[in-house]
Structures are given as structure tokens and as C-alpha cells.
Ligand binder design. Structure first.
Ligand code: PLP
Length: 417
């Protein structure tokens, strides 16, 4: 029996049956019984540099000993947070971006949604309060992010959390344009967009969708928010998906890969025109927002070490190089009777879609398949919304290990059959 209430879990089924992860090295983790697993998910999409990186542990430990944390409200700062902000500004898809730090992705989404609305208030367009989102979207679990959920089940049974949210079809620019026309362009504050849908099943937008959606939002005078909590820091073969897909987001949310999860951290990159009303000298504008652990000092030290590894080892380029080999090893799974589609296309991010008809006949199939991959195949995966199996290994994975990943998935699928 356990006292821990797990997230996203049926505790009646989990209670007393935890899978207890004990240690990690590279792409592998070990359970408490000493069995090794290839981590096909990089935990929750975050362990970009893999497990067991002493360099990050040492950087964080040195900072914890010197000054574990000091806040950054008002004029307070610490050197690691200033350095990390400079580093992130230099990596940002929009030059001269400003960096607002948080403790994770949900904080970042809340920050971006509030910032968009407050920005329009500052520039004399207070009527812009509506935020658009897409079907299948996952933008974290704070109240704003939950309101922005395109995965219906994540929003259900809670009543209205935040007013002024509209969900549009994830892959249709026409649907986006229609919603803007219907609501009125002068009422739209922002459009939230995962450049590759993550928790909603790893879905790659149709060719041309992202650039056309970006232009449509620009034409409406609203802000384009690229939610890169998953796609940032090398995952899709560039530092950010916005680089890869030629977006110039007004706001960009990040978390996870910024520290590879060694310590929790997130943030928002704000393009210069969005920051400007808040940074004007003599205007006396306060952005009344911030979290106790915004830019936690030791988390920022871990982040700097982590970014150093991604850069030195070229893990963004590596994810790009391994994109085709990943597609090649997963492709044969298409012939498996339970598999209807394999989605690949940008970096080390993919999904093996289980057949909707088989899921219709047995709703427990995706969960059982993920469990069988772990138990029978020694590979960790996870059932995403819609019944796709998540593939997002650490970016340090080798081609040989990609083969091992595919073999483990097949063994699991065979066992569940
Ligand atoms: C696209 C996206 N946005 C936001 C979040 C929320 O991040 P966190 O769980 O760190 O709050 C996630 C988490 O998976 C995500 O995938």
C-alpha cells in the first residue's frame, strides 16, 4: 500500500503496484530489483542529455553549497539566473527576446496567457482577451492550461475554469481563420500552438500549416505562442521547433529540456515588441507576476551545465541525424496487427498508433500494450491521448539502441496480442 497520490493515475489500480525506478545511466534506467530498461520516453519527455550526468549534478551541488537559492523579484538576482537568461536569449528564435523564468511548463503557459492579455491592455487594446487553442492540445495542468486543453478528458468535469477560450481543429488553418472571423479579430489575444502536438499523440502538422497559421494570427493582430515545452532544446533536431519550422513566435514557452529535468525549471521567451511596454524607462509599468521559484538559483546552474552539454555534444544535430534511422526502425511495426500508423518526421519524436478499431473493442489495450513493452520488451513507453505509444528517447541514444527500442516495442505488442 502507498500514501503517494500519483498524477494521471487510477489509484485503485496503482496502489501497492508501483514501478519504482532506482537509477539511470545514458538511455537506461533500472528498477529496484536491478532490471534494466531502455527509456523510450526520456521520462516525461525531458531527459534530453540522458541519465547520470555528473557534470550537471556537480554544478547544481556547488551552487547548493554556495547559495542554494535567492529570489529574483524586484531588483534581486543571482549570477546563474542572469547567465542563463543571457544564454537563452542568445538561443531564442526571435533575436533580443527577454526571458521570464518559472518552475515548469504549466507555470510558463499561465505566464504566457496572462502576459498576452496584459500586453494588449498596455498597448490600448484591452478588448483582446480570448485565447485560441487546438484539438489534441496539452498545455499543462494549471487552471489556464487546463482550460486550453484540446484533449477533452483533461478538461471535463471541472466546469468553466477560465472564460474566453476557443478550441479549433488542430490541423486546419481554415478553422482557425473561421474562429477569428466569428469571434472578431479585435477580441483575440493569442493562439497557443504546440509545433508538434505532444501528449495529444505526437502529431505533426500538415505541410504548410504552421507558417500559414502563424501568418493568420499575425494578420489578426494577435500573439502567436509556440508551446515548446516538449519540442525545445534539441528534441526536433534544432534548438527549438520554431527554428525548424521557420516560426517567429511572439511568445515561446519552455521547460523540461532546459535542465533535462535535473532540477525543475521553465520559462517564457518574449519577443522584443511584447516586452517593450513593460521595459519602458519611466513608464512605471509593473508586471505583477512571478513565482517564488522563478529562476531558482541551483536549477539555473543545472540548466547552464545542461545547455553546455547539448551544445558541446551537438545533441540537436544528433536528433536530426537520427530522425531517418528512427523512422526506419519503427516502420516495420506498421505490419503488426495492432498498429495502424507510425508517426515520425522531426527529430527524436514519434508515436506508434494502435489501431482505433482494436481500442474501440478493448479500451484497456493502449495501457496494457505500454505495460507489456516494459515487462516483456524491457522498453519504457506510454499510452498517449488517442492510443499512440510515446517515442521520445534521450537524445544521446545510438542507432543500435534505436534497434533495441523497436525490438522491445515489438516484443511488447506480440505479448499483448
Ligand atoms: C506542450 C506542453 N506544455 C505544457 C506542459 C506542462 O509542463 P509541466 O508538466 O512542466 O507543468 C507540458 C507537459 O508535458 C507540455 O507537453
Amino acid at each position: 500500500m502507498t500514501n503517494l497520490w500519483h498524477g494521471f493515475a487510477d489509484m485503485g489500480a496503482v496502489d501497492g503496484r508501483e514501478f519504482v525506478v532506482d537509477r539511470g545511466e545514458g538511455c537506461y534506467v533500472w528498477d529496484e530489483n536491478g532490471r534494466r530498461y531502455l527509456d523510450g520516453t526520456a521520462s516525461l519527455w525531458y531527459a534530453n542529455v540522458g541519465y547520470g550526468r555528473d557534470e550537471i549534478a556537480r554544478a547544481a551541488a556547488a551552487q547548493l553549497e554556495k547559495l542554494h537559492a535567492y529570489h529574483v523579484f524586484g531588483d534581486f538576482a543571482t549570477r546563474p539566473v542572469l547567465d542563463l537568461a543571457d544564454r537563452l536569449a542568445a538561443l531564442a528564435p526571435v533575436p533580443e527576446s527577454k526571458v521570464f523564468l518559472t518552475s515548469g511548463g504549466s507555470d510558463s503557459v499561465d505566464t504566457a496567457a496572462k502576459l498576452a492579455r496584459r500586453y494588449f491592455h498596455e498597448i490600448g487594446q484591452p478588448g483582446r482577451t480570448v485565447v485560441l487553442t487546438r484539438t489534441w492540445a496539452y498545455h499543462g495542468m494549471h487552471a489556464y492550461g487546463t482550460a486550453l486543453a484540446g484533449i477533452g478528458a483533461n478538461r471535463d468535469a471541472l466546469g468553466e475554469l477560465v472564460a474566453g477560450v476557443e478550441v479549433v481543429q488542430w490541423d486546419s488553418v481554415d478553422a482557425l481563420a473561421e474562429a477569428i472571423d466569428r469571434i472578431g479579430a479585435d477580441r483575440i489575444a493569442a493562439f497557443f500552438c504546440e509545433p508538434v502536438v505532444g501528449a495529444g499523440g505526437v502529431r505533426f502538422a500538415p505541410d504548410g500549416y504552421l507558417s500559414r497559421a502563424r501568418e493568420t494570427v499575425r494578420d489578426a493582430g494577435a500573439l502567436f505562442v509556440s508551446d515548446e515545452v516538449i519540442t525545445g532544446f534539441g528534441r526536433v533536431g534544432e534548438w527549438f521547433a520554431s527554428h525548424r519550422f521557420g516560426l517567429d513566435p511572439d511568445l515561446l514557452t519552455f521547460a523540461k529540456g532546459v535542465t533535462s529535468g535535473y532540477l525543475p525549471l521553465g520559462g517564457v521567451l518574449a519577443a522584443p515588441h511584447v516586452a517593450e511596454p513593460f521595459w519602458k524607462q519611466g513608464a512605471g509599468v509593473w508586471w505583477r507576476h512571478g513565482y517564488t521559484y522563478s529562476g531558482h538559483t541551483s536549477a539555473c546552474a543545472a540548466g547552464l551545465a545542461n545547455l553546455g552539454i547539448i551544445e558541446r555534444e551537438g545533441l540537436d544535430t544528433r536528433a536530426r541525424t537520427l530522425e531517418a534511422p528512427l523512422a526506419d526502425v519503427l516502420e516495420p511495426l506498421l505490419h503488426h496487427p495492432f498498429v495502424s500508423e507510425v508517426r515520425t518526421g522531426a527529430g527524436l519524436l514519434a508515436a506508434v498508433q494502435l489501431d482505433p478499431a482494436a481500442i474501440e473493442a478493448d479500451a484497456s489495450l493502449p495501457g496494457r500494450a505500454a505495460m507489456a513493452c516494459r515487462n516483456e520488451g524491457g522498453v519504457i513507453t506510454r499510452a498517449l491521448a488517442g492510443g499512440g505509444l510515446q517515442i521520445s528517447p534521450p537524445l544521446v541514444i545510438t542507432e543500435e539502441q534505436l534497434g533495441e527500442l523497436a525490438a522491445g516495442l515489438r516484443a511488447g505488442l506480440d505479448a499483448v496480442a
